[in-house]
Design a protein around this ligand. Structure first.
Ligand code: SF4
Ligand code: SF4
Length: 77
């Protein structure tokens, strides 16, 4: 059964808006926010949770350990 994510949590305090996660995700799950946050960063936004295959690449590549991908236990989100 295909792996799916039930949630992707981006820690708004740890994230520095570097967009590495957007670049490395092979399934284009993230997009850049269209507005800056109160620190002036364009944070990533989960645009397509269903496209996530739980490869954990974004978690591994995030330099600020700001992403947590939570796998759906039943294979469905
Ligand atoms: S890689 Fe990490 S720090 Fe960079 S934008 Fe993504 S969540 Fe934020
Ligand atoms: S776990 Fe993989 S597929 Fe899911 S958002 Fe991260 S890089 Fe993309």
């Amino acid at each position: 059964m295909a792996r799916t994510a039930s949630e992707i949590v981006i820690d708004q305090h740890l994230c520095k808006g570097c967009h590495i996660c957007i670049a490395v995700c092979p399934h284009k799950v993230f997009v850049k926010a269209d507005k800056v946050d109160n620190r002036g960063f364009y944070l990533p936004v989960v645009e397509d949770l269903e496209a996530c295959k739980v490869c954990h690449l974004c978690e591994m590549e995030c330099p600020d350990f700001a992403i947590k991908v939570i796998e759906a236990e039943d294979g469905h989100s």
